[in-house]
Design a protein around this ligand. Structure first.
Ligand code: 5GP
Length: 286
């Protein structure tokens, strides 16, 4: 038998910068850029619950790309530069403001628990809450007084962050309403970016079913990470459904070969995967 020597291709090594629960950051190809890699790992309740949602990283990469591009179109500055591949996007390196900005349109989650308000009850108007990004402390809720006392952000930065949060909420509520989804609440993160000798605030992190509560407008069916948090099942289906309604999956993917294409390494799957990487940076929302 003739043995041929197999070539071993080595992935170019990249400098890891940070590893979070659902994403990893690597050094980017140019100074001031980073590569954001979306993982399938899922955690909840401050890391107490851990699991995997098959294909989540690929879907969140697409969903977040789409939403960041739409927000850029309406004048919200973001860290997003472009999608690189199935799981990665090129972003601008920013200094993260250590706050989670939570916008709520309907009561749910920790709000319902803290105030004894029934899930789904509409807020009179969108409510913004802040929590201090600190895993050890369990991301405690803070007021603007705390934020200034601890020097987490300046009053000018908070004015800008609040203004962006409301604009993002207005726009995304409408966009999701158009595809039969109610935007119940979501979490944003912002960063500081040096641009032309001045520092600006830009939207960072991601926007996806990992950090938004998305309910079907008609049935109230949950299409977000609460399916994982609350063991509701059909978690992958929920993420896929959001991607499908946003129109960010190609026809093949939307028709169901998607999870196979993401997870399997068969030649057929690789072919599907390649097809899925055709540029589609500006799909239209249905
Ligand atoms: P709650 O405070 O009700 O748990 O969360 C409010 C909203 O913010 C939900 O959409 C939730 O997904 C998001 N959120 C709050 N904290 C986090 C967090 O640490 N990680 C992620 N991915 N989302 C969060």
């Amino acid at each position: 038998m003739i043995r041929t020597k197999r070539k071993i291709y080595k992935m170019p090594s990249r400098k890891p910068i940070y590893e979070g629960k659902a994403k990893q950051l690597f050094e980017g190809p140019e100074p001031g850029t980073l590569i954001q890699h979306f993982k399938d790992d899922a955690t909840a309740f401050n890391n107490m619950k851990k699991g995997t949602i098959n294909g989540k990283g690929v879907l969140n990469n697409r969903i977040s790309e789409y939403l960041m591009l739409r927000l850029h179109d309406i004048g919200i500055p973001t860290h997003f530069i472009r999608r690189l591949n199935m799981r990665e996007q090129l972003i601008k390196q920013v200094q993260i403001v250590p706050l989670e900005i939570i916008v709520r349109n309907f009561a749910a989650g920790s709000f319902s628990k803290r105030f004894g308000v029934q899930e789904g009850k509409a807020m009179g108007h969108p409510l913004v809450e802040y929590s201090y990004k600190n895993d050890k402390l369990g991301d405690p809720f803070v007021t603007e007084e705390h934020i200034y006392a601890f020097g987490l952000a300046t009053p000018q930065e908070m004015d800008e962050i609040r203004m962006y949060a409301f604009r993002i909420n207005d726009f995304l509520s409408g966009l999701f309403m158009g595809i039969g989804i109610r935007l119940v609440d979501f979490k944003l993160e912002f960063g500081r970016l040096q641009e032309n000798d001045r520092e600006i605030i830009v939207l960072a992190d991601e926007i996806s079913p990992d950090n938004c509560r998305l309910w079907d407008s008609t049935t109230g069916h949950k299409l977000d990470k609460d399916r994982f948090r609350q063991d509701l099942g059909e978690v992958e289906d929920a993420y896929q459904e959001v991607a499908r309604r946003l129109g960010v999956l190609s026809k093949n993917e939307a028709e169901g070969s998607y999870v196979i294409a993401v997870n399997a390494k068969t030649p057929r799957a690789r072919k599907t995967k390649k097809a899925a990487m055709k540029p589609n940076s500006k799909p239209k929302a249905k």
